[in-house]
Write a protein that binds this ligand. Structure first.
Ligand SMILES: Cc1cc2nc3c(=O)[nH]c(=O)nc-3n(C[C@H](O)[C@H](O)[C@H](O)COP(=O)(O)OP(=O)(O)OC[C@H]3O[C@@H](n4cnc5c(N)ncnc54)[C@H](O)[C@@H]3O)c2cc1C
Length: 392
């Protein structure tokens, strides 16, 4: 099918099937992540996910046998553009789709792919990431959670921290130490297991906002089947690093800002217009520069994904995307703050509408962008060493 035909068909499918309520911005506390314990604010969110899943549009580039639509890079881009055109909400987001899914496509056995990928694409299973531990964040390879062989299982003891969504997750992808005598990068295994078992305890960490986006996660004789080891035993670091590249690519974004409301439009509504342009000239220049940088970034991400079409996997370049994309995202929030002023500093009360209250929370949330998925300093180290080949 030609790209023009694909665009026309996609457009008419979206027009016919995307309800008006799914063409509005998502509230800060809405998260279409699927999962058995998911609580949706309304059934339309769930219906939209199911409808898109039936077309493979929740995981557009995954093979059709695993619940995807089997789209190539260009078709997937068109789908994103067409969804952005009508302001359609993403039908499904989360670590299943953007992190463990792609890692399984690359490293999983056929049995693991058949078992896990369709349940991710359909939104049945919500995943969380068991990487960080107290004392093992940037120095992730120093992790201490121990897994000991016991028949068909591994028995797991230890603690993870900052486990996003662990209190809602059905399964975890987890890094465990299987050979404590090996050098730290070598004795690590990447394993999947069910969170719904007696050996797993989750304690949500309550933030000042009252929300608990992440948790402490404790394992006391938790069990994981050996068939759920991804890659080789003691060689999980290879899978772990690749998954971080998928994560960093996802956090960096890089759609050229095409899927979000334009800052200029929002600024105009708060600060007024002069001859169709934002009245505040200084802010107009800053916003224009940001829009140009967004566009250049989007094109760079696109060029890189074109170049890696043969491998389909990200590389250490993902650290550049993560660093720059999060810088852009944080700048975006600061520009919105300049435009909206004190209307973006509300926490509750009648003086603010729902979108303004969401903007406040979204602005505060961006503060974590330079930490999550590996800090900006760590990305700079990776770029220096792995991309630019600078000496240690
Ligand atoms: C919103 C959010 C969600 C998260 N979700 C998850 C999750 O789901 N699962 C999970 O496993 N983890 C998660 N994390 C944890 C995240 O991966 C870690 O916070 C991150 O890797 C940093 O580790 P740390 O917090 O231990 O900081 P540390 O490693 O203690 O770093 C402290 C400071 O020292 C700097 N630093 C450390 N080493 C170096 C170095 N070699 N060179 C230069 N500077 C250095 C860092 O940049 C940082 O500024 C999440 C974090 C956030 C903020």
């Amino acid at each position: 099918m030609s790209l023009e035909t694909f665009r026309a068909e996609t457009r008419s499918w979206l027009e016919a099937n995307c309800p008006a309520s799914m063409r509005t911005p998502m509230a800060a506390d809405e998260y279409p992540g699927g999962g058995r314990r998911a609580r949706y604010k309304n059934s339309e969110t769930k219906d939209w996910m199911a409808l898109c899943a039936s077309k493979g549009f929740t995981a557009p580039t995954w093979p059709t046998e695993y619940g995807g639509a089997g789209l190539n890079v260009d078709e997937a881009q068109i789908l994103r553009q067409e969804m952005a055109r009508i302001k359609a909400r993403p039908p499904l987001v989360g670590m299943g789709l953007s992190m463990i899914g792609p890692a399984l496509v690359e490293f999983g056995t056929d049995a693991q792919k058949s078992e896990h990928l369709p349940k991710i694409a359909s939104g049945e299973i919500w995943w969380c990431q068991g990487y960080s531990e107290p004392g093992s964040g940037s120095d992730l390879a120093s992790l201490q959670t121990r897994a000991v062989s016991d028949g068909d299982d591994y028995v797991i003891n230890g603690q993870k921290v900052w486990t996003s969504g662990a209190d809602k997750a059905d399964w975890i992808f987890c890094l465990v130490r299987t050979d404590p005598s090996a050098p730290k990068h070598n004795g690590i295994t990447f394993i999947l297991f069910d969170m719904d078992q007696a050996g797993v305890t989750v304690k949500p960490i309550k933030l000042i906002s009252g929300l608990s986006p992440f948790c402490e996660t404790f394992f006391e004789d938790a069990r994981a089947l050996k068939k759920n080891v991804v890659g080789r035993v003691n060689e999980g670091w290879t899978v772990a690093k690749r998954l971080l590249q998928y994560e960093r690519t996802m956090i960096g974004g890089g759609d050229g800002g095409s899927t979000r409301p334009k800052i200029a439009d929002i600024a105009k509504s708060y600060l007024g217009e002069s001859k169709g342009k934002l009245a505040d000239i200084a802010l107009r220049q800053e916003i224009t520069q940001h829009a140009m940088d967004d566009r250049a970034f989007g094109l760079t991400v696109r060029r890189t994904s074109e170049e890696s079409k043969s491998t389909k996997a990200p590389s250490f370049v993902s650290s550049m995307f993560k660093l720059y994309g999060t810088e852009q995202n944080m700048k975006r929030s600061e520009l919105l703050l300049k435009a909206m002023g004190s209307q973006m500093l509300g926490w509750e009360g009648a003086g603010f509408d729902a979108e303004e209250l969401d903007s406040t929370r979204a602005w505060l949330r961006t503060k974590a962008n330079s930490i999550e998925g590996g800090t900006s300093e760590v990305q700079l180290n990776i770029i220096a060493k792995r991309v630019l080949s600078l000496p240690d």
